[in-house]
Ligand binder design. Structure first.
Ligand code: FNR
Length: 348
């Protein structure tokens, strides 16, 4: 069956057929009029690849180092909530698929398994934990300690969610997490978001852990510079897949200003709207060290659990490999900034 699914869009179409309306809407939807959600995808078309030829691309290598560790592909898995709603494999399936592909898996703090369970199920994975800095510092510190003890390799602090974006589809559907799925890291009744959070919290976090810290949700050079000044290890340029502030720009559009501002001071990653290898190539050429995908692995999970996620990652890997070769780059280091240009380059 999965042989007839040859790109991420095929997996998405399949997921749209089999998931319930409630579930599909929860994973698909964005905030407000969903302009940013749509724009994340469309903005990739505003850039074109200028392929170079006759550069001997016979021996290709998609690996790179992220926070000092080798990843086999520069395509990781962004955190998405309670994956057992999608398939019984849940987060284990997604993390195992990421491990098999030699890449990073980010566990959401609202996962449908505990930090410890994931650590045990995928002990050799390059697992990172996404969380918020809660108003309750003691609770936050406990989570950090649990991540350290379960051999997580980094902490991803989501900074674009002082409160939850207005996702109309979920409001209309009165979405609630199905009763059979529990969110064990996050005690019910505890406030998930912390609107009073500020840069001091990031400084505090740095003081209580040696794990690398990534800030997820940065969209401006100004904030990227503060992040570098505070001394975090990386930023994930993200608009939460268009789920937070409708009207905010596509991530691929803001990537260049951020890379220009801080690209040599910390690692810069990007997510949002990435569904194929050309998208990845463009993001890397515009300065991202690595990209992440949120919904694409979910569509794979909906199809066939761990295998489906692996298939999705493998497809995007194959597409990136093809783009790399045809654009004239044998390795990620051979990708040159001038290989990706805005459309205006051609219409001047
Ligand atoms: C998310 N995202 C998210 N981010 C986060 O920091 N913590 C979370 O728990 C979640 N949960 C979540 C659920 C669902 C259903 C979606 C679609 C997204 C945002 C996610 O990590 C990522 O930034 C986007 O999904 C990236 O965009 P694409 O790849 O989905 O277009």
């Amino acid at each position: 069956m999965s042989d007839s699914l040859v790109c991420v869009k095929d997996f998405e179409k399949y997921a749209r057929l089999i998931l319930s309306r409630n579930t599909l809407d929860y994973y698909r939807c964005g905030a407000g009029d969903e302009e940013t959600l749509a724009h994340n995808r469309k903005a990739f078309s505003k850039y074109k690849i200028r392929p170079r030829c006759l550069r001997n691309v016979a021996n290709r290598d998609l690996s790179t180092t992220i926070l000092g560790r080798t990843v086999k592909i520069p395509i990781g898995v962004s955190p998405t909530a309670f994956q057992k709603v999608i398939h019984p494999d849940g987060e284990y399936g997604t993390a195992r698929a990421a491990e098999a592909m030699g890449t990073v898996f980010i566990l959401s703090i609202v996962a449908s398994c505990t930090i410890e369970e994931l650590g045990k199920a995928v002990p050799n994975g390059n697992n990172w934990l996404q969380l918020y800095v809660y108003a309750d510092k003691e609770f936050t510190q406990t989570l950090v300690k649990r991540a350290e003890e379960s051999n997580f390799k980094a902490l991803v602090i989501t900074v674009d969610t002082p409160l939850l974006g207005r996702r109309l589809a979920n409001i209309r559907n009165k979405f609630v997490v199905p009763k059979h799925v529990i969110l064990p890291n996050h005690m019910r009744g505890r406030q998930l978001f912390n609107p009073s959070s500020d840069w001091n919290d990031i400084k505090w976090l740095k003081s209580i852990t040696k794990l690398p810290i990534i800030l997820k949700g940065i969209l401006t050079a100004e904030d990227a510079i503060i992040a570098a000044d505070v001394g975090v290890d990386g930023i994930l340029v993200s608009n939460h897949g268009g789920r937070q502030l409708d009207g905010s720009p596509a991530t691929i559009e803001v990537l260049p200003e951020i890379v220009k501002a801080v690209g040599d001071r910390l690692e810069v990653y990007v997510d949002g709207g990435i569904t194929n290898g050309s998208d990845v190539f463009k993001a890397l050429a515009l300065g991202a060290r690595m990209v992440f995908m949120g919904r694409a692995p979910i569509w794979g999970l909906a199809h066939s659990g761990e295998e489906g996620v692996k298939k999705v990652l493998d497809i995007v890997k194959t597409e990136l490999d093809g783009a790399l070769a045809i654009a004239g780059s044998a390795t990620l280091k051979d990708i040159e900034p001038g290989m990706v240009v805005p459309n205006s380059y051609y219409s001047k």
